[in-house]
Design a protein around this ligand. Structure first.
Ligand SMILES: Nc1ncnc2c1ncn2[C@@H]1O[C@H](COP(=O)(O)OP(=O)(O)OP(=O)(O)O)[C@@H](O)[C@H]1O
Ligand SMILES: [Mg+2]
Length: 715
C-alpha cells in the first residue's frame, strides 16, 4: 500500500470510529433512560398490585392498605373547629385529613400533592393543634414572608428567622425557643439557618430538650434532590434534623416528584420509614392548549393580546413566560402598547425592582407578569387564570411546573403554549450539556407537535401515573382535529441523503438551512409538503433519532446543526416507516364546545366581593387580597348568598366572619337586586368570548422560520 492510501484509509477509519463512538454514546444515554423508565414502570406495577382490591392509589394514600388514616381520631372535632373557624376552610380536600391524622399520630410523612393542592394546611393545622413550636423550612424569603403574613392575619403566632429578621425579633424567637417565653407557634426558616447557624441549632436543641419542638416541616422538599428541578445545596444538610430530633414528626412536602426524586429525598432527610401520601398530578381545572406560533413577532403579540383581552376582560391575573430577558422586556412593552397592564420580571433586575413588580401583581394592580424561568417558586398567588408560554419550555417537567402556576385555587384556568419548530434549536443549544437535557426537550416537543394525543396523557406518562380522563380539558380532546397520517418515508430518505452529501463535503446545516434546501429538493420527487410540514418532519426525525442535533461553540453563542442520526440507516433500507400527522380542518362541533364549557366570568356579587377583599386587604396592614377571602370562598358566598352572620359563619368560619362579616353581608344585600341583570349580561358576554376563542382556534398562520441564536438566556 502506498503511504497516501494508508493515510486515506486511516482517515476514513478514524471518521467511522468517531461516528461509532457517537452512536455508542447515544445508545448508552438511551439505555439509561430506558432503565429509568423500566424502574418507574415496575414501581407503578407494584403500586397497582398492592392496591388491588383496596381503594385507589392516586388521590388516596399509598398507606391505606396498612393503616386507616381516614378513620376517627380523638382530635377530629378540634381539627374541624380549627379548619373552619381559624383557617376559614369549609371542607378538606383529597388526602388533607389523612395526612393531618398521620402527623398528629406522630409519624413522619412524605406528601406529594400537586401545586395548589393545599399542602400548607397539612402542617399548619397540626402545628396549631400540637403543643409547642413547629419548625418550617422553606427555600425562599418571599414564600416565607407571604405565609407568615397570612398566618398573622389568622391570629396564629408565626415568625421567621431569616437574613431580614431584626435583632429584636431574633431575641424574641431565641427566648421562645430556649425558655418557652412569648407566643410562638410556627417558626419559618430558610435551609441556610440549619446548615450555617450553630447558635440557632443550639437553641433548637434546647427547645427540643424541653419537649417544645412539636413538628418539623420541609416545604418544597424536592430541593433536596439533585435530580429535582430546583436543587438547593443547603437542603442536602437537612438530614441532621431527623438525626438530632428523631422523635419529632417530620413532614416533607412537594408538588411533583418522580420516583427517583422521592427515593432520593427520603434518603437525604432520613425518613425512609415515612408514610407516603401520593395525590394525583392531574390538575383537572387546567385547560391545556397549543397554538402554532407565527415567525413574525408582532403577530404573536397581537394574538396573545387578543386572547387576554377577549378571555379575561376583568383584568384577571396571568403570566406570560418568555425565553430570554430581552424578549421579556419587549413582550411586556408591546402588550402595554396594546392596552394590557403588563410588566416584566427577570434575573437581571435588582431585587427591589423585582419585588415591586411581584407585589403589584399579587395585589391585582398589575394584570400580567412577563417573566423568564426566574419567575418561579416564590409565586404564591392562587387566582392566576392563565399561563401563556411565548416560547417552549425545556422539558415536560418544567412546563408542568410553570403552567401549573395557573388555577392554584382550583377554579378553571388556561395554559396556552405557542410553538414553532424554530424555537427548538435555541433551546437545544442551551440544554444539550445537561443530564438527559435533549431527551427532556424532545419530550416537550412531542407534546407540542402532537395532533392526536391528549395533552394530559403526556403528564401522566412523565410522572408514571395511570391515565385519567381529560374531560375535554385540552384542545385535542375538546376539538377533535381531523388528522391524516401520511407515509413520508420517501421524503425522510431524501433528507438523509441530502445530509449525507453535505457531511461528505465537510459542511453542516442548521435546521433552517436544511428546510430551505429540502423545499427545493422535494420538488424533484413531486412532493407537495408545505414548508411547515417539512419543519415538522425534520423535528420528528430528530426526536425519533433518525437525525441528530450537533452543537458547535462560537465566541458568542452555541449553534445547533442537524446531522445523520443512529437510526438513519434503517430508514434508508426501508426498515423503518416514517409517518407524519397532518391535520386539516378541525371538527369544532357543538358537542365538544359543550364539554369545554368553563365558567370564566364572574357575577356582579363576585365582582363586588373581589373589590371588597382588595379594600379590606389594604386596610389590614398590606396582607394580600386572597388571604382575606379566597376566590373559592367568594364563589361559595355568591352561590349561597348568606343573609345572617350564622349562615356566613358556616361558610367562612368564626374568625373571618368576626373580622369581615358585616361588610360582606352589606355587599350581599346591596347586590341582591342587581345580580340577575348582571348575570344575564355576563352569560351573553361569556358566550361571545367563547365563540371568538373557538374561531381563533380554527385560524392558522403560515410559519416562516427564523432562528434567533444571539438571544441572551436565563439559564
Ligand atoms: N380544603 C381546602 N378547601 C379550599 N381551599 C383550600 C383548601 N386547602 C387549601 N386551600 C387553598 O388552596 C390554595 C393553595 O394552597 P397551598 O398554598 O397550601 O397549596 P400548595 O399545595 O402548597 O401549592 P404549591 O405547591 O403551589 O406551594 C390556598 O389559597 C389555600 O388557602
Ligand atoms: Mg406550598
Amino acid at each position: 500500500m502506498e503511504t497516501e492510501e494508508i493515510l486515506q484509509e486511516l482517515e476514513n477509519v478514524e471518521a467511522e470510529v468517531r461516528l461509532v463512538q457517537e452512536q455508542i454514546k447515544q445508545l448508552v444515554d438511551r439505555q439509561d433512560q430506558l432503565y429509568e423508565r423500566q424502574s418507574e414502570l415496575k414501581s407503578l406495577l407494584e403500586a397497582f398490585e398492592a392496591s388491588r382490591g383496596s381503594p385507589i392509589q392516586y388521590g388516596g394514600s399509598s398507606s391505606t392498605a396498612v393503616e386507616n388514616w381516614s378513620g376517627t381520631f380523638e382530635w377530629d372535632s378540634r381539627a374541624d373547629d380549627v379548619r373552619l373557624n381559624v383557617f376559614g376552610i369549609p371542607a378538606y380536600r383529597a388526602n388533607q385529613q389523612e395526612i393531618i391524622n398521620a402527623v398528629l399520630s406522630g409519624r413522619d410523612v412524605l406528601v406529594i400533592m400537586a401545586a395548589g393542592g393545599g399542602k400548607s394546611l397539612c402542617y399548619q393545622l397540626p402545628a396549631v393543634l400540637r403543643e409547642g413550636i413547629a419548625l418550617v423550612v422553606s427555600p425562599l424569603l418571599s414564600l416565607i414572608q407571604d405565609q407568615v403574613m397570612c398566618l398573622a392575619a389568622l391570629g396564629i403566632p408565626a415568625h421567621m428567622l431569616t437574613s431580614t429578621t431584626s435583632k429584636e425579633d431574633e431575641k424574641f424567637i431565641y427566648k421562645a425557643l430556649e425558655k418557652g417565653e412569648g407566643e410562638l407557634k410556627m417558626l419559618y426558616v430558610t435551609p441556610e439557618k440549619i446548615s450555617k447557624s450553630k447558635r440557632f441549632m443550639s437553641k433548637l436543641e434546647k427547645c427540643h430538650h424541653a419537649g417544645r419542638l412539636s413538628l418539623i416541616s420541609i416545604d418544597e422538599a424536592h430541593c433536596c434532590s439533585q435530580w429535582g428541578h430546583d436543587f438547593r445545596p443547603d437542603y442536602k444538610n437537612l438530614g441532621i434534623l431527623k438525626t438530632q430530633f428523631p422523635d419529632v414528626p417530620m413532614m416533607a412536602l412537594t408538588a411533583t416528584a418522580t420516583q427517583k426524586v422521592q427515593n432520593d429525598l427520603m434518603e437525604m432527610l432520613h425518613i425512609r420509614k415515612c408514610i407516603k401520601f401520593v395525590s394525583t398530578i392531574n390538575r383537572p381545572n387546567l385547560f391545556y392548549m397549543v397554538r402554532e406560533k407565527s415567525s413574525v413577532g408582532k403577530v404573536v403579540i397581537d394574538e396573545i393580546a387578543k386572547y387576554i383581552q377577549e378571555s379575561y376582560p376583568n383584568s384577571e391575573s396571568g403570566i406570560v413566560y418568555c425565553f430570554s430577558r430581552k424578549e421579556c422586556e419587549q413582550v411586556a412593552q408591546e402588550l402595554r402598547q396594546r392596552g394590557i397592564s403588563a410588566d416584566y420580571y427577570h434575573a437581571d433586575m435588582d431585587i427591589n425592582a423585582r419585588e415591586k413588580v411581584h407585589m403589584r401583581w399579587s395585589k391585582n394592580k398589575l394584570q400580567v407578569i412577563v417573566g423568564t424561568v426566574a419567575f418561579g417558586m416564590g409565586i404564591n398567588k392562587p387566582d392566576v387564570r392563565f399561563v401563556i408560554h411565548h416560547s417552549l419550555s425545556k422539558s415536560v417537567e418544567t412546563y408542568y411546573q410553570e403552567s401549573g402556576r395557573a388555577g392554584r385555587d382550583g377554579l378553571p384556568s388556561e395554559c396556552l403554549l405557542f410553538f414553532r419548530p424554530a424555537d427548538v434549536p435555541r433551546q437545544s443549544s442551551m440544554v444539550f450539556y445537561e443530564n438527559s437535557g435533549l431527551q427532556n426537550l424532545y419530550d416537550i416537543v412531542r407534546y407540542s407537535q402532537s395532533k392526536k394525543q391528549c395533552r394530559r396523557s403526556t403528564f401522566f406518562r412523565h410522572f408514571a401515573e395511570p391515565l385519567q380522563d381529560c374531560n375535554g380539558m385540552c384542545d385535542i380532546c375538546a376539538f377533535s382535529y381531523e388528522v391524516n397520517e401520511v407515509d413520508v418515508t420517501r421524503h425522510a430518505q431524501c433528507i438523509i441523503s441530502l445530509l449525507q452529501d453535505i457531511q461528505d463535503n465537510n459542511q453542516r446545516l442548521t435546521m433552517l438551512q436544511l428546510v430551505d434546501k429540502m423545499k427545493i429538493k422535494l420538488k424533484e420527487i413531486d412532493s407537495d409538503l408545505k414548508r411547515e410540514e417539512i419543519e415538522q418532519l425534520v423535528l420528528q426525525l430528530i426526536i425519533d433519532r433518525v437525525l441528530s442535533e450537533e452543537f458547535q461553540h462560537t465566541a458568542y453563542s452555541t449553534n445547533a446543526y442537524v446531522t445523520i442520526g443512529p437510526l438513519a440507516k434503517l430508514v434508508l433500507q426501508g426498515k423503518k416507516i416514517i409517518k407524519l400527522e397532518i391535520s386539516s380542518v378541525q371538527k369544532n362541533t357543538a358537542d365538544n364546545k359543550k364539554s369545554t364549557k368553563r365558567s370564566l366570568t364572574s357575577s356582579a356579587l363576585e365582582f363586588e366581593l373581589d373589590e371588597l377583599r382588595k379594600e379590606l386587604a389594604s386596610i389590614s396592614g398590606g396582607i394580600l387580597p386572597h388571604s382575606v377571602l379566597s376566590s373559592q370562598l367568594i364563589r361559595l358566598i355568591s352561590a349561597r348568598k348568606p343573609s345572617t352572620m350564622e349562615e356566613l359563619e358556616k361558610i367562612i368560619g368564626k374568625l373571618k366572619t368576626g373580622k369581615y362579616g358585616s361588610r360582606i353581608l352589606e355587599v350581599i344585600s346591596k347586590c341582591g337586586n342587581s345580580e340577575q341583570q348582571h348575570d344575564n349580561n355576563a352569560v351573553s358576554k361569556e358566550e361571545q368570548g367563547r365563540g371568538a376563542r373557538a374561531s381563533k382556534r380554527t385560524k392558522k398562520e403560515k410559519a416562516v422560520v427564523v432562528v434567533d441564536s444571539s438571544d441572551d438566556s436565563e439559564v
